[in-house]
Design a protein around this ligand. Structure first.
Ligand code: 13P
Length: 287
């Protein structure tokens, strides 16, 4: 099927009481794996890319692969730019047919985040793409010395329903990423999600909510978050860790003897399988 609009996909899944997983492939074997996992689980999926991945491969290669695989897949797929405050990159993604982009102005002063998010919405509307923006700060575990320090610090960075309502109304964004007790970069259980806050933000804004830092969130909390209004769940670190572990093993297993041609092909093959399994397991937890 052709790429589908991200916000539209999220609204439909939310109405059915489900969330959509958003995963970050770093290479072609992982793009293949994410789409295979969605197909196997009969679920929609968001292929979201970091700026670094776009820099590595360029738009022609990435867009061709994602569009072609989506076109052949029975799963609904959208293509999304994750976390960017780079207007040139955002515009390039819009020109290259991304279904949606995330403008991350969460560390900017509120008024600047609002004005720039609104401007991204204006540009995205011209090409029919949807926009996600962050309010509050989700943060990264690497910024803190201990988990307890992180928990204490993020309390003051959480999103309030009142400000979220104003932000969504004033910007026109389609998807809001609020800070609700999770953090980026944590593969061990970390999150203490504030479900009443999620429900209040969902009610006050009326738009699908994106949960960032999905790797540190246990299955019970995932289900409570979906019931409260989370519609998009970003998962990167845990899939990345599993894939890198496999990558190292596969590289270590390559023979290096003079008579032994190095079997490079086994490396992406192994990564594809691990990525597919890790993504499929996460998708199952959201449905
Ligand atoms: P994790 O790496 O913590 O899973 O977070 C992913 C994410 O939110 C990307 O935007």
């Amino acid at each position: 099927m052709p790429l589908i609009d991200t916000a539209q996909m999220l609204r439909a899944e939310r109405a059915a009481g489900r969330a959509v997983g958003a995963f970050e492939p770093y290479n072609v074997e992982q793009i293949v794996a994410v789409i295979e996992a969605a197909e196997a689980e009969r679920a929609p999926v968001i292929v979201q890319l970091w700026a670094e991945v776009i820099e590595t491969y360029g738009f022609p290669a990435l867009c061709c692969v994602v569009r072609e695989l989506a076109g052949r897949s029975s799963a609904l797929i959208s293509l999304h730019l994750d976390h960017s405050d780079d207007d040139a990159l955002i515009d390039a993604c819009l020109e290259n047919g991304f279904s949606s982009v995330m403008f991350d102005g969460s560390r900017l002063p509120y008024e600047e985040n609002l004005a720039r998010s609104r401007d991204v919405v204006r540009r995205a509307r011209k090409v029919g793409a949807s926009v996600e923006a962050e309010l509050g700060i989700v943060g990264n575990i690497a910024e803190y010395a201990t988990e307890e320090e992180a928990h204490a610090a993020i309390q003051s960075l959480l999103t309030t329903p009142e400000q979220a309502a104003e932000f969504v109304r004033e910007t026109g964004i389609d998807i809001l990423a609020p800070a609700v007790g999770s953090i980026h970069g944590c593969s061990l259980p970390f999150a203490r999600l504030d479900a009443p806050r999620i429900a209040a933000i969902a009610e006050a804004t009326g738009v699908p909510l994106a949960l960032h830092g999905g790797s540190g969130v246990g299955e019970g909390q995932i289900r409570a978050a979906i019931a409260a209004g989370i519609a998009k769940i970003n998962v990167d670190t845990e899939v990345r860790q599993a894939s890198i572990a496999t990558l190292k093993q596969a590289v270590a297993a390559i023979g290096s003897g003079p008579q032994e041609p190095p079997d490079y092909a086994r490396v992406p093959r192994a990564v594809r399988v691990t990525t597919r399994e890790a993504v499929a397991a996460r998708i199952r937890a959201m449905r």
